[in-house]
Write a protein that binds this ligand. Structure first.
Ligand code: C5P
Length: 306
């Protein structure tokens, strides 16, 4: 915790974006969610969440490039809801003045909103000194969103249930992801609805994590991992944004080991085996006019940095 000139104390937490190396989507459940079997990975592209004690809760959203991102800045924001849920759990009467510094693409399929919620939980827990046991924190995280528990732990992990049940995965090696940013986001519920439409009249099998993906992760071989990537939401995201298909194919022509849509999209991911290789893939895409970022993986989940 740091003491500010005003005497107020603040805590800043950095939280990475998530991607799904495989996203197996099963039948629609009665609660409106789909059964998932997914392999999450946290990548080195971070939002930062700062909290300070305040009488009334406020939220400020800042983008490093000066734009105001399309993030709700009212109490419906996932990070504000997370802070309120933790306050209620501990009967903390205080509000928080929260600042989000957004680098994770908004509505891009990289769990930016969920990441901010995970960061808010860690930040408020430190600010209030509430020392919430991990089990309770994971349960509160799951009540905010399916991806929030993974954003707390990071690394590489298997997600089941609706994605909220997280188990660390055995992996070796370091990977490099070239992240191709799209203009405009996609709504996650809209992509799941399109998945349902595309499967209408056909039974959807229970989802599974592919064995070849787990074997590739244990080997640490990026070329093997590239061949094992899969995303059941990709046809739905491509149906809503047809230009995604051409971008994935173009990226593969530029030497990437593998390519897929990130989560519900529209961000696309290209896998490289080293930082140099990632630079080549990045240049290939950037020369064709695509906005790209490079991020290493896996990285740990939400952490206090100041
Ligand atoms: O859990 P989260 O709030 O991130 O989910 C957002 C929306 O995505 C849900 O309301 C639902 O429409 C869809 N979803 C789903 N199945 C999941 C996760 C999310 O249908 N396992």
């Amino acid at each position: 915790m740091i003491e500010e000139p005003s005497g107020a104390q603040s805590v800043t937490v950095a939280v990475p974006a998530k991607i799904n190396l495989s996203l197996g989507v099963g039948p629609l459940r009665e609660d409106g969610f789909h059964a998932l079997a997914t392999v999450y990975q946290a990548i080195g592209l971070y939002d930062e969440v700062t909290v300070r004690g305040a009488e009334a809760s406020t939220l400020t959203v800042i983008s490093p490039d000066g734009d105001v991102p399309a993030v709700p800045s009212d109490p419906s924001n996932l990070a504000m809801r997370a802070a309120a849920a933790l306050a209620e759990h501990h009967s903390v009467p205080d509000g928080v003045a929260m600042t989000l510094r957004k680098r994770i693409p908004v509505a891009g399929g990289m769990a930016g909103g969920s990441a901010d919620a995970a960061a808010a939980l860690v930040a408020c827990d430190a600010l209030w000194g509430t020392r919430t046991p991990t089990e309770d924190l994971m349960r509160i995280a799951a009540s905010i969103g399916s991806d929030v528990p993974f954003c707390l732990v990071g690394g590489t992990a298997i997600g089941t249930g609706r994605g909220e049940q997280v188990t660390a995965a055995m992996t070796r090696g370091r990977y490099w992801w070239v992240v191709a940013l799209a203009d405009g986001g996609l709504s996650t519920p809209a992509v799941y609805a399109e998945f349902d439409r595309l499967h209408e009249g056909r039974p959807v099998p229970e989802p599974e994590v592919p064995d070849e993906l787990m074997a590739a992760l244990r080997s640490g071989d990026a070329a093997l991992l590239g061949k094992a990537l899969s995303n059941d939401l990709q046809p739905a995201a491509t149906s809503l944004r047809p230009e995604i298909a051409a971008l994935l194919e173009f990226g593969m022509q530029g030497s990437a080991h593998g390519a897929l849509v990130s989560g519900s999209g529209p961000t696309c991911l290209f896998l490289a085996g080293s930082e140099d290789h990632a630079g080549q893939v990045r240049d290939w895409l950037a020369d064709a006019g695509t906005r790209v970022l490079v991020a290493p993986a896996p990285v740990p989940g939400a952490r206090v940095i100041r």
